[in-house]
Design a protein around this ligand. Structure first.
Ligand code: T1G
Length: 686
């Protein structure tokens, strides 16, 4: 079955692509497209052409699996020029997602028709790139400069209706796409001259009259684009379309594209594209394991996590029964959920009706027994093993056979929790990240006895509630939090030895993280896990808690916070740290940023390698997905494992060996990390 086939409908030539799963524009597709256009040009009986795709979508872009490999002719820029220079009108018939190179083929076509639920976009910037087949030059000429700028620099697609309104789509098609596209081709077959996008200039006038438009756009998106290379390159390429004739603009586009393609950020973001998709695959499961049916969910605990977790299911149309011990706590929890929904609606992201529908699916109760007919129950109470085991023991007696019992524990032993029931095969960890209705990551903790269909159910459910799920094994803190421990421990130790919270955090924000260890501790709460005894001060964190510095919620933690919650270095904290140094007999010294990186980021990488050695993560890419979706690791650095390879494993091992003494007696260098460094192999490929 060739990927591209042609057929005749009267005097219309249909060029049809069938390259599942997403009609990526791989070499066979490119060759087929060129052959199809040449056939149309050659045959006088052909009066017009329709390009259409079978399967789920129109061309979803260049074939990303070909990146980094030797280029094969014809390259996509040549293919799109051949389409545009066809002597017969070419109509692109769009369904699904016309993305990247796919939209560039459509832009080179003389006309575009689309079904109403189609999406059109140039997401290349999300791969650290820009549209490199004329897209940055044709899109502003067809859709306008502002629209092109927004689409290219953010990578966010637009719907067919919006595309129609801005002139990117010529006709919206209700009903059979091929039939209507052929009818449209019949309508335009004799119309001349052919409307070539590259020759359209009128829509560039607005920007020529207002050259400040680009700097305004840069300023408006500075925060969002911080640290990324590609957005600025996209802006420059679209600007070239305004400032230069098409023939020169595409040369700029090509140069800018190649610069990005050869950069580390593009490699990191393309690595992450596949890492995210690999995460949903579970190794070692029996073929054809089918998921259990989840129609009703129970949540125990209406606190910050319980409320956020419930909102995910309500927003997905799944009824939730939420349980609390006291009415006051229950009312407070459901009240916060409603407020959060109303805040989302106020931003225009939900209608009031949708808020009503979601909250309408919620059943608050004080009775655990009301969870008897739930298909899944998620426990989200505070982090105490005895409390969790007691609850699971009760659920064991209450819940129907086949119900999945899940814990939202962030650290604790899921096997031990499962052992408090007579059905450990039905027990799994579902570790959501705060705020649970916002954060995309879900760690699915696979217990020793967790049944295959429970895992498959969890992964599938994650997709339904728009989460990216990663399978983790049972180890203290699973993947993300386990790697956080050495980082936080060393960060605290560095304070004692001479660093300040601001110095350590600046290393992280310069690195591209939204915040450093101490700002994060203040956000999460310095008192999380604190023993609550102000009289017992064994470390700087105890001293802060004893001084009621619990973080942002107290406007005081490692930083002082103003009414807008902006952090400022705190003389009181400096005083506490100095008192502690005296108490511990530690003479402060100059601490370099490199030492902070070695003792906090290198140790994280080392811990990640040990997680892989222990089999607590299926693959290194999963660790990177966890850190990017759960802890704000900048995607343009690919995640801790990918970054380690770019930083250099030898350099990391050497750095850790240099710091061995300061890392303390418990620190262990990962044999896997050392062996990969010595072999010159990549950790991210494990
Ligand atoms: N190339 C190769 N494989 C691709 C692919 C692509 N462009 N897009 C998807 N796949 C694979 C994916 O890895 C997965 O494989 C399967 O298809 C299903 O994908 C010159 C340079 C289209 C919205 O960035 O956004 O054009 O895991 O799970 O949720 O200007 O895929 O099953 O083995 O994501 O239904 C620009 C990328 C390329 C679009 C479908 N295009 N794709 O989502 O399925 S750069 C993109 C997507 C470019 C030119 C430049 C989504 C989708 P597997 P999936 P989905």
């Amino acid at each position: 079955m060739s990927t591209i086939s042609t057929a005749r409908h009267g005097d219309i030539l249909i060029i049809s692509s069938n390259n599942p799963p997403v009609n990526a524009l791989g070499i066979a597709v490119r060759e087929g497209l060129v052959a199809g256009i040449e056939e149309a040009d050659r045959d006088d009986a052909v009066k017009a052409v329709v390009i259409i795709c079978e399967g789920q979508t129109f061309f979803a872009g260049a074939d990303i699996t070909e990146f980094g490999k030797p280029m094969q002719m014809p390259m996509l820029p040549m293919v799109v020029d051949i389409v545009e220079n066809c002597t017969k009108p070419v109509v692109a018939a769009i369904h699904g997602t016309a993305f990247g190179g796919g939209l560039e083929v459509a832009l080179a076509s003389h006309y575009r028709v689309a079904v109403p639920n189609a999406k059109l976009g140039v997401p290349e910037v999300k791969l650290g790139l820009l549209p490199g087949a004329g897209g940055t030059q044709r899109l502003p000429r067809v859709a306008g400069v502002r629209k092109a700028l927004e689409m290219a620099a953010t990578g966010n697609p637009i719907g067919a209706k919006e595309a129609y309104d801005c002139g990117l789509v010529d006709k919206l098609i209700e009903g059979d796409l091929l039939q209507h596209a052929v009818a449209y081709a019949e309508e335009v077959k004799d119309s001349r001259p052919l409307p070539k996008s590259s020759e359209r200039d009128q829509k560039l006038e607005e920007a020529r009259a207002n050259p400040g438009l680009f700097d305004e756009f840069r300023a408006a998106n500075a925060r969002k684009f911080r640290g990324f290379d590609a957005p600025e390159y996209n802006v420059r390429a679209v600007q070239a379309a305004v400032d230069k004739p098409y023939a020169q603009g595409v040369l700029d586009e090509r140069r800018l594209f190649m610069e990005l393609m050869s950069g580390t950020q593009a490699k990191a973001q393309q690595y992450f594209f596949f890492a995210e998709r690999k995460a949903s695959k579970i190794e070692g499961l029996p073929e054809g394991t089918s998921p259990r049916d989840i129609r009703k969910v129970g949540v125990i605990g209406a606190g910050t996590m319980g409320g956020g977790i419930s909102m995910n299911f309500l927003s997905a149309g799944i009824p939730v029964t939420i349980v609390e011990m006291q009415q006051e706590a229950l009312d407070r929890g459901t009240g916060v959920m409603l407020k959060n929904y109303q805040a989302t609606a106020a931003k225009g992201k939900m209608s009031a009706e949708q808020v009503g529908q979601a909250m309408g699916l919620l059943t608050p109760t004080l009775k655990l027994e009301d969870l008897a007919d739930c298909d899944l129950v998620i426990e989200a109470v505070f982090e105490n093993m005895d409390v969790k085991k007691e609850i699971f023991g009760k659920l064991d007696g209450i819940c129907k056979p086949g119900a999945i019992l899940a814990s939202n524990t962030s650290y604790l032993d899921v096997d031990e929790i499962a052992a408090s029931t007579s059905r450990p095969r039905d027990v799994v960890g579902l570790h959501f990240f705060s705020p649970a209705n916002v954060m995309k990551l879900l760690e699915v903790v696979r217990g020793r006895e967790t049944a295959p269909d429970v895992l498959v159910t969890a992964m599938q459910l994650a997709k339904r509630i728009k989460k990216v799920a990663v399978v983790a094994g049972v180890t203290y803190g699973f993947i993300g939090n386990r790697m956080l421990i050495p980082r936080q421990t060393q960060a605290m130790q560095l304070l004692l030895e001479g660093a300040t919270p601001a110095q350590v955090d600046k290393v992280y924000t310069d690195f591209g993280m939204p915040m450093g260890p101490f700002q994060m501790a203040d956000l999460a709460g310095v008192d999380i896990g604190w023993h609550r005894d102000p009289g017992r001060v064994e470390n700087i964190r105890d001293a802060l808690c004893a001084a009621d510095r619990w973080g942002q919620k107290k406007s005081a933690g490692f930083y002082d916070y103003d009414e807008k919650r902006r952090p400022a270095p705190s003389p009181a904290v400096q005083e506490i740290i100095e008192q502690f140094r005296v108490k511990e007999g530690v003479q402060p010294r100059e601490i370099s940023d490199q030492e902070i990186i070695e003792r906090t980021l290198y140790t994280m990488v080392n811990e990640g390698a040990m997680i892989l050695e222990g089999g607590f993560a299926q693959r290194a890419t999963d660790i990177d997905v966890v850190w990017i979706y759960g802890y704000g690791w900048p995607v343009y650095r690919g995640g801790p494992m990918f970054w380690a390879d770019t930083e250099g494993l030898k350099k990391i091992v050497e750095g850790l060996r240099n710091q061995q003494e300061r890392l303390g007696p418990d620190f262990k260098l990962s044999p896997l990390l050392v062996s990969k460094a010595e072999a010159g192999e990549k950790l991210s490929k494990v």
